[in-house]
Design a binder for this molecule. Structure first.
Ligand code: 13P
Length: 246
């Protein structure tokens, strides 16, 4: 019922030459059950759309305002204008590096929707928060604060990314992933009713070809948001294949 999604977040990596990796991904047969999304740095979005085939291209952030005096920022309209169809919002690296709050993220989500972009909203706890037993409370408050009331499964994807699993090679146990994804599903259905079942919930944090199948076997894991392993076509393709087969 929910179409699976393999999303790659290139973060601040990638020059023109790296579009060859995207071209290789696009040359592979399209998976039957799984959508594909690559979010390169903003500098590559226009060129990426030219080689991406039916792989969707997204941004990694947008400003909440449509235009104006915000040096260095990019609006949702600009992303859409250069061919993006999605945008990652509220990634923990932006929450940390740029002081983004849930309210900032919610405003950006609304801006993304107003330009027809799919919002990929990231949430997740730090190791200190997990060790303090605060994970589910934090996830609940991030969801409450980062999602406007008109969120639907069609305009929004949730990405659960425990901060301590990002770029560390360390992943939560399958039980921990299951617990959080089930909690996110329940929180969504409590708030949005039956529509809560329509949201894709991605897991992110050290997803690799070697661990993808077991992660995708967990209930309510509808795909992945992949950092490092999305930079190489072979690795990301292996993750796509594992997801499509799950
Ligand atoms: P890694 O896959 O490199 O751990 O990054 C995860 C992530 O932050 C994706 O947004």
């Amino acid at each position: 019922m929910r179409r699976k999604l393999a999303a790659g977040n290139w973060k601040m990596n990638g020059l023109g030459a790296d579009l060859a990796e995207l071209e290789r991904l696009a040359a592979a047969p399209a998976p039957s059950q799984t959508g594909r999304l690559i979010c390169p740095p903003a500098t590559l979005i226009s060129r990426a759309t030219l080689v991406a085939g039916d792989i969707a291209i997204g941004g990694q952030d947008c400003h909440a305002a449509q235009s104006g005096a915000h040096t260095g920022d990019i609006s949702a309209e600009m992303l859409a204008d250069c061919g993006a169809s999605a945008v990652i919002l509220g990634h923990s690296e932006r929450r940390e590096d740029h002081g983004e709050t849930d309210a900032t993220v919610a405003a950006k989500v609304a801006a993304a929707w107003s330009e027809g972009l799919l919002a990929v909203v990231c949430i997740g706890e730090s190791l200190a928060q997990r060790d303090a037993g605060e994970t589910l409370a934090l996830i609940g408050s991030q969801l409450a604060g980062s999602l406007p009331d008109t969120a639907t499964g069609a305009n929004t994807v949730i990405a659960y990314e425990p901060i301590w699993a990002i770029g560390t090679g360390r992943i939560p146990t399958l039980e921990q992933i299951n617990e959080v994804h089930e909690f996110i599903r329940t929180t969504l259905t409590d708030r949005f009713g039956g529509e809560g079942h329509a949201f894709r919930i991605l897991y992110g944090g050290s997803v690799k070809p070697e661990n993808a199948s077991e992660i995708f076997s967990v209930a309510n894991v509808d795909g992945a948001l992949v950092g490092g392993a999305s930079l190489k076509a072979d690795d990301f393709q292996a993750i796509i294949d594992a997801l499509d087969a799950a």
